[in-house]
Design a binder for this molecule. Structure first.
Ligand SMILES: NC(=O)c1ccc[n+]([C@@H]2O[C@H](COP(=O)([O-])OP(=O)(O)OC[C@H]3O[C@@H](n4cnc5c(N)ncnc54)[C@H](O)[C@@H]3O)[C@@H](O)[C@H]2O)c1
Length: 355
């Protein structure tokens, strides 16, 4: 796939889902790195998890704005509201759009499917339509490792068949890739989908295992470890995800000349994952160690009493493992932060934030 350099400084960049976990960290990076332009952060600030955490991330963004050469505005809006989103595109005419807004989480999609159809299908369709109406240089959007479903072949490659989603969440993310393909093909919109693999770090998502397990241990409750601990997850530290998005934003797929005289669609997909799957029980051991080191939990905490091994849950998959060769070839980057460092940073943040 040919690539076209996209300069980021001096442009209007729309980041949806900021101040979500990944979005806020990306915006902070952009505010630090870029030399002019404007970042438009947009989020519905829904209460899927404690909105105070989103307010906190927004305040961290706002702290950096005075030192930044980039302007920043925040718009509270829902991407599923087409008229409102049209106004945003028509007012700011973003050159680059990073769509991170979505209803995340696998388990919640079983109880609350509507949220996924509204945000991930209707909302994403609106983004595509508006990128058609107000042409952009590059649309980067969040897909997910969940599109690989119960894939047995490891590592998971972007060449693998991903037609067997095991949750509605996964199905919506795979649908995003299909919709993006058709818009790239029909209207030459350069799109890049990023399949993120279990992202963690400071001020992360409280619905994710490492965070909710920390809260449960703190309250003296038992943590539940699925599939009797026989799970492997390719955990990816937030800074690695941000580095990947930052690099990808700067090179849009250009499409290549095909033998029949047509151009291939301006469409790419990449995995961004640690590339080093951890056994869930080992991950829990490191988390516990870091929580003790950071004095979130006492040295004599009885971890054995506070863990319960249970079976597989609907929507879950036993293994995730990213093949990141194409990210390395095209962008010269492989995620490299391990869980010792990453969970240490999470535990440190947790202590500062909650205590
Ligand atoms: N964190 C991970 O491990 C992970 C893994 C794979 C994919 N992803 C994807 O990456 C993206 C960012 O994830 P995150 O972990 O930062 O999640 P997050 O929930 O912290 O951020 C998403 C943000 O989108 C906002 N949002 C949801 N629906 C919206 C709507 N209709 N309109 C406007 N805003 C809306 C939410 O309020 C939230 O702040 C999501 O698309 C998610 O599916 C995340």
């Amino acid at each position: 796939m040919g690539k076209q350099d996209v300069i980021l400084s001096g442009k209007n960049i729309l980041v949806t889902g900021s101040p979500g976990f990944i979005g806020a960290n990306l915006v902070i990076r952009l505010l630090k790195e870029l030399n002019g332009g404007m970042i438009i952060s947009l989020d519905s600030m829904n209460d899927y998890y404690d909105p105070k955490l989103k307010e906190y991330r927004l305040s961290r963004i706002n702290e950096i704005v005075p030192e930044s050469k980039v302007k920043h505005i925040f718009i509270k809006e829902d991407i599923s509201d087409k008229n409102a989103m049209d106004e945003v595109f028509s007012n700011y005419k973003p050159s680059i759009v990073v769509n991170l807004a979505a209803q995340a989480g696998v388990r919640y999609s079983i109880e609350n499917p509507d949220a996924y159809i509204n945000s991930n299908i209707l909302g994403f369709y609106n983004i595509l339509e508006l990128c058609r109406r107000y042409p952009v240089e590059h649309l980067v959007y969040a897909s997910s490792s969940s599109v690989y479903g119960g894939n047995k072949k490891v590592p998971f490659s972007i060449e693998d068949n991903v037609d067997h989603p095991v949750s509605l969440y996964a199905a919506t993310k795979k649908s995003n890739e299909l919709l993006a393909y058709s818009y790239s093909k029909l209207y030459n919109i350069p799109t890049t989908g990023l399949r993120f693999f279990t992202v963690y770090g400071p001020a992360g998502r409280p619905d994710m295992f490492y965070f909710s397990a920390t809260e449960k241990l703190k309250r003296g409750e038992k943590i539940q470890i699925y599939n009797y601990g026989n799970c492997k997850r390719d955990f990816t530290y937030i800074d690695d995800i941000v580095e990947g998005i930052y690099r990808v934003m700067q090179k849009a797929p250009a499409g290549e000349n095909e033998d029949d005289g047509t151009k291939s669609p301006t469409y790419s997909i990449y995995n961004i994952g640690g590339g080093n799957p951890e056994n869930l029980l080992d991950f829990v051991d490191v988390l516990q160690k870091k929580l003790v080191e950071e004095e979130v939990l006492p040295k004599d905490y009885n971890f054995e009493l506070h863990r319960e091994l249970i079976g597989m849950q609907p929507g879950d998959v036993p293994t995730t493992f990213a093949d990141t060769k194409s990210l390395e070839t095209d962008f010269g980057f492989v995620p490299n932060v391990g869980i010792e460092i990453g969970l240490g940073k999470f535990a440190h943040w947790y202590r500062e934030y909650y205590q």
